[in-house]
Design a protein around this ligand. Structure first.
Ligand SMILES: Nc1ncnc2c1ncn2[C@@H]1O[C@H](COP(=O)(O)OP(=O)(O)OP(=O)(O)O)[C@@H](O)[C@H]1O
Ligand SMILES: [Mg+2]
Length: 285
């Protein structure tokens, strides 16, 4: 079982989109996938269709989400909390998040075991899944830390714009600190698979000159690897996550993976390529 965290401290660069659609692409290749949402915004939980209505009355996730998994040493094993999501065919298991995560951060921070409990609980499901993909918040908080301590690999989605690039300095520093902690717990260093170019303009002139330069900068100035696959800015990718249905005068969210939404689209093909790159780089091909 390989654990991959998808992280950047800048918001809106495509972390959640990457987690959800990479999970779908790997699943379609027959891999058994668990997606973990470690962001209190719960965007992945929403994007995988686990939140049907934005109504507190229907909130059955509040008492059964990643927060309880992290809070309890003895109870709330992953198998009990993970839910089957139909946002993709075949289904994918998702460990949901909840807005409550935000208010419990300080309390969890004071628990000695909070940084290690996810590693332990994942150990129990290591024969059930081939890949665990972890979505993270756009910050340097405890949940991002837990994700990077737990993961074997890191993918850093980035729109390659100046703000995102400046963030890479923070990420480098953050990974260094995480590796220090990992050494103490006898865990090998986090392997950075690379910066993943996301939401990239398809404008021909941009792709031929500016994009090449920007990718060079990542390697030269920030000394990060860059992934071969490029995820371009495409309408299909935004649309498939926002699909809704009207049922008895109520709007329900029915998000689906771009691979099911438009299997022949350029976007679906890009995620298929990303899945192949990930399989190859993690030795799971
Ligand atoms: N390649 C793309 N093409 C078109 N739209 C995209 C693409 N990637 C992401 N988006 C859209 O951009 C918005 C932000 O993407 P996403 O939620 O994946 O970013 P994020 O990094 O997870 O954000 P946050 O930091 O808030 O968690 C979403 O509305 C998403 O649908
Ligand atoms: Mg997100």
């Amino acid at each position: 079982m390989k654990i991959i965290a998808v992280y950047h401290n800048k918001g809106g660069v495509g972390k959640t989109t990457t987690v959800v659609n990479l999970a779908a692409a790997l699943r379609k290749k027959g891999k058994r996938i668990l997606v973990i949402d470690l962001d209190s915004q719960a965007n992945t939980t929403f994007a995988t269709g686990l939140i049907k209505f934005d109504d507190e009355e229907f909130d059955d996730i509040r008492d059964n989400n990643i927060l309880q998994v992290l809070q309890s040493e003895e109870f709330y094993p992953i198998q009990e909390i993970a839910r089957k999501s139909q946002f993709n065919n075949p289904e994918i298991d998702v460990l949901p998040s909840h807005i409550d995560l935000m208010q419990y951060e300080t309390e969890l921070n004071q628990l000695d075991y909070s940084r290690l409990i996810l590693i332990e609980k994942l150990e129990e499901v290591k024969d059930i899944y081939d890949f665990v993909l972890i979505d993270t918040p756009p910050s340097l908080n405890l949940y991002a830390r837990i994700a990077l301590i737990t993961a074997d690999y890191l993918i850093i989605p980035s729109d390659l714009k100046p703000f995102a690039n400046q963030g890479l300095v923070n990420i480098k520093d953050f990974v260094k600190k995480i590796d220090g902690f990992r050494r103490q717990i006898k865990r090998s260093p986090l392997e950075v698979l690379g910066v993943l170019a996301c939401k990239i303009s398809t404008n021909v002139r941009f792709v031929q000159s500016t994009l090449r330069n920007r990718m060079e900068v990542i390697k030269q100035r920030y000394n990060f690897k860059i992934m071969e696959t490029i995820i371009y800015d495409r309408d299909d990718l935004a649309k498939c996550a926002e699909k809704i249905q009207i049922l008895e005068n109520k709007e329900i969210a029915v998000p689906i993976s771009v691979l099911d939404f438009k299997p022949d689209s350029a976007s679906a093909q890009e995620f298929e390529l990303l899945a192949m790159e990930v399989l190859q780089k993690t030795g799971m091909k």
